[in-house]
Design a protein around this ligand. Structure first.
Ligand code: MN
Length: 265
């Protein structure tokens, strides 16, 4: 490589121009109607997205349109940094502004649990399920993102949160699956289509909210409220997911993209 330019990016540029590599948008539109997580009433609450017009080609600004916006760091399709959870609060580089940029462009494995989630809204991803997936697609490489495809993003607002008297009912990883992905696979982060990385009933798991507690405690990242995971291959795509660079930010809404290689015709 010394003194000689590597042609990898040129090959990528060609593949993108020809459509051999496509860009898939995994992001929901930021909209005041998009559901945010609801905590028990004694806790502080996550704010939905709000937009207020500053001017729109009118007396407030005759030639231009812009909006002031506000939201929680965890509104809409968003990124969770390790500092989001108490278990990750003292780790180095644990806030969105301090995470090394290499984390934001990495390979991704997609575990399809959509059939199981259609049959069981409390479906839990287990180490056994992951290992069965690996028998087909190969071992999850260290440093990859792992996404749980549930097709949950197709649900409408009420069915999306799926709150009942005993709390939310939505799929997620078991505590053992989180431990497996941290200790045995050393993944970079874990993403879901649901409102959180944890299952709806995860307050009752041991430890409570294992995806938040164990992933963030190990310096791993989270993504949630993803969509279009059905357009991704099980392996081989590249995830592009840079959060906003908020000082000491615990997370951030973001645009999540995937570069996907299409089979040549
Ligand atoms: Mn979050």
């Amino acid at each position: 490589m010394k003194g000689e330019k590597c042609n990898t990016l040129a090959a990528l540029a060609t593949a993108m121009s020809s459509g051999e590599v496509e860009t898939v948008d995994l992001t929901h539109t930021l909209d005041s109607d998009f559901p945010v997580i609801v905590l028990p009433p004694e806790f502080g609450q996550c704010a939905p997205f709000r937009a207020e017009v500053v001017s729109r080609y009118d007396e407030r600004g005759p030639g231009w349109y812009w909006q002031n916006i506000s939201m929680c760091e965890h509104t809409g399709t968003h990124f969770d940094a390790p500092i989001h959870w108490i278990s990750g609060k003292d780790l180095p580089n644990a806030s969105v502004d301090a995470i090394p940029a290499t984390a934001f462009v990495r390979p991704v494995c997609v575990i399809d649990c959509s059939k199981e989630c259609a049959e069981n809204e409390d479906f839990l991803l287990t180490p056994e399920f992951i290992q069965a997936w690996e028998k087909q697609h190969g071992q999850i490489p260290a440093g990859d993102w792992v996404l749980l495809r549930s097709d949950w993003s197709r649900r409408s607002s009420a069915a999306y949160l799926n709150m009942r008297e005993d709390g939310a009912h939505s799929p997620g990883p078991s505590a053992d699956a989180v431990k497996f992905l941290v200790e045995e696979r050393d993944i970079l982060g874990f993403g879901t289509e649901t409102v959180g990385t944890d299952a709806g009933q995860a307050a009752h798991f041991s430890p409570p909210y294992p995806a938040h507690h164990l992933f963030h405690g190990a310096g791993k990242y989270g993504l949630q409220c993803l969509r279009n995971l059905d357009q991704l291959p099980p392996t081989g795509a590249i995830l592009v997911c840079p959060p906003l660079k908020i000082k000491n930010g615990s997370g951030s809404p973001l645009r999540v993209l995937a570069l996907v290689e299409r089979a040549s015709k």
